[in-house]
Design a protein around this ligand. Structure first.
Ligand code: SF4
Ligand code: SF4
Length: 396
C-alpha cells in the first residue's frame, strides 16, 4: 500500500516516505483501533484489570482515600481532573454511542456554508489556515497530504466492545495537524498525579482549537472533520506536515517544544499546499542516547535500533521504527493510578525553549557534537525530577 507522488494542490511532487524517514513494508495493512491498548483495556482480559478500572475511575470520581504522598494528594488529583474536564465533557457527551476525541471524531458543529469561498491559491490558503489555527490556540500547525494508510481500518465501539467500520469520508485531500504544548514545569514533577494535568490541559485545548478551526473551514463552504486520538494515528501526519521527528520513546519531537506536546488533526477538502518533513538530527541523537529507555520503570521502550519487531497486537506491523511495549506502559499507568510521562521528562529535547541557551543546545544536539551535548546534559543533571509540592506556590 503506497501513495502516488503528486496531489492536486501542491505545485511539485509530494513528500516521499523516504523524505519523512518512514520505512513501510509493501504489505503493510491498516491498524484497527480495537487493538489500541486503551481499547484493549476494555475488552481484553490480558490488559483489563481491577487496577485499570481504578485508573479510569480516578479521572471521574474522588478516590476513596487520599494518599499522603507528594504529588498524589487530593489537590494534585483535583487539578489533574480539572485539566481533563473539557476534553472529558466532550468525550462523554454522547456516550455510549460515541466517545468523541478518543473513539469518534468531534461532531459539535453548526451547518457550514453552501457556497465555497474562492479567495486564494492553495499556498495562500495554507498560510491563512495557520494564522487562524494560532488564533484559536494552536502552538504548532502543519499541513500534510491525506494518506489513507494512517487512518484506522476500523474504529472501536464501546457499545458492543468490538470493531466497527471506519466512518471517515475517504476523499479528503489534506490533514491539518495542530499541536498544543504540555506545561514544562508540571512535567518536571513526573511521576505524579499533578503532572497529569499537563496531559489533560493539552487535550482540553485540542477540543477548543479543533472545533473552532473545523467550523471556520465549514463556514468557507468546505468539509472538515476534527479528530484527536480517534480515527487515525496522528504522528505520521505530523511528521509529513513538517512538525518534527520521531524519537526512541515513540513520540513526536518538535523544534521549540521537544516531546512535550499533544497532537490533533483536521481532515479537509479545502485546497491547501502541503508542508515538507524536516530533519534536525533526532534519529542520530537517539542512537547515542538511551535516557528514556533506561528511565522507563517497566522497560517498555526499545533499547536497540529501529526494527519491524512488535511486542503484542497493540503495535502496528510492517513499520521499521522504535516500538514501545504498550502493555507494559499501560500496566504501569494503571498501577500508579495516573498517566506517566517519565520518558518526556528525561528526554534531552524536553527543554524550556524560550531560553536562548536551550535553543543553542537544540541546534548542537543535531550536529556532530551530539555526544558532547549528551555528556553535558548528563553532567548537569538534565531531566531530574522536581518535588511536586514545589510546583505549588507557598511550597514548604
Ligand atoms: S509513559 Fe512511562 S511507562 Fe510509558 S513508556 Fe514512557 S516512561 Fe515508560
Ligand atoms: S530520551 Fe534520548 S533516546 Fe529517548 S527520545 Fe529523547 S533523545 Fe531520544
Amino acid at each position: 500500500m503506497s501513495v502516488s507522488s503528486k496531489c492536486q494542490t501542491c505545485p511539485g511532487p509530494c513528500a516521499t516516505d523516504e523524505e519523512a524517514g518512514f520505512s513501510v513494508a509493501p504489505d503493510y495493512t491498516r491498524f484497527s483501533q480495537k487493538r489500541d491498548i486503551f481499547c484493549r483495556s476494555q475488552w481484553d482480559p490480558a490488559v483489563h484489570s481491577a487496577a485499570s478500572d481504578r485508573f479510569y475511575e480516578s479521572y471521574r470520581r474522588p478516590l476513596p482515600q487520599w494518599r499522603n504522598v507528594d504529588g498524589y494528594s487530593q489537590r494534585d488529583f483535583a487539578v489533574r481532573n480539572a485539566g481533563w474536564h473539557v476534553a472529558d465533557i466532550f468525550a462523554e457527551r454522547l456516550e455510549p454511542e460515541r466517545r468523541e476525541g478518543f473513539l469518534d471524531f468531534l461532531s459539535a458543529h453548526r451547518e457550514g456554508s453552501q457556497t465555497k469561498f474562492e479567495g486564494s491559491d492553495a499556498s495562500a490558503t495554507a498560510r491563512e489556515i495557520k494564522k487562524v489555527a494560532r488564533l484559536f490556540g494552536a502552538d504548532l500547525v502543519g499541513i500534510a497530504r491525506y494518506d489513507e494508510r494512517w487512518v484506522y481500518s476500523h474504529k472501536y465501539s464501546a457499545v458492543d466492545s468490538d470493531e466497527t467500520p471506519m466512518d471517515l469520508e475517504e476523499d479528503y485531500s489534506s490533514v491539518i495537524v495542530v499541536c498544543h504544548e504540555m506545561d514544562h514545569d508540571l512535567l518536571t514533577t513526573v511521576p505524579s498525579a499533578l503532572s497529569g494535568a499537563a496531559t489533560g490541559v493539552g487535550y482540553s485545548k485540542d477540543v477548543v482549537t479543533l472545533l473552532a478551526l473545523a467550523q471556520y473551514i465549514r463556514n468557507l463552504g468546505y468539509r472538515a472533520t476534527a479528530s484527536m486520538n480517534d480515527t487515525a494515528s496522528s504522528i505520521p501526519y505530523a511528521i509529513k506536515a513538517g512538525l518534527g521527528e520521531y524519537g526512541r520513546h515513540g513520540l513526536l519531537i518538535a523544534p521549540g517544544l521537544g516531546p512535550r506536546l499533544r497532537i490533533g488533526k483536521i481532515f479537509t477538502d479545502l485546497p491547501l499546499a502541503h508542508d515538507r518533513p524536516i530533519r534536525f538530527g533526532v534519529k542520530d541523537f537517539c542512537a547515542v542516547c538511551r535516557r528514556c529507555s533506561d528511565a522507563c520503570p517497566p522497560g517498555a521502550i526499545a533499547k536497540g535500533s529501529p526494527s519491524d519487531s512488535v511486542h503484542n497486537i497493540s503495535n502496528a506491523e510492517g513499520l521499521v521504527k522504535w516500538t514501545t511495549d504498550a502493555e507494559k506502559c499501560f500496566d504501569f499507568w494503571a498501577k500508579q493510578v495516573t498517566d506517566c510521562s517519565i520518558c518526556i521528562r528525561v528526554c534531552p529535547y524536553n527543554r524550556d525553549y524560550p531560553r536562548w541557551l536551550n535553543r543553542i543546545r537544540f541546534r548542537l544536539m543535531g550536529s556532530v557534537l551530539r555526544h558532547v551535548m549528551l555528556w553535558l546534559d548528563n553532567a548537569f543533571g538534565g531531566g531530574k525530577r522536581r518535588p511536586p509540592r514545589r510546583w505549588w506556590p507557598n511550597a514548604t
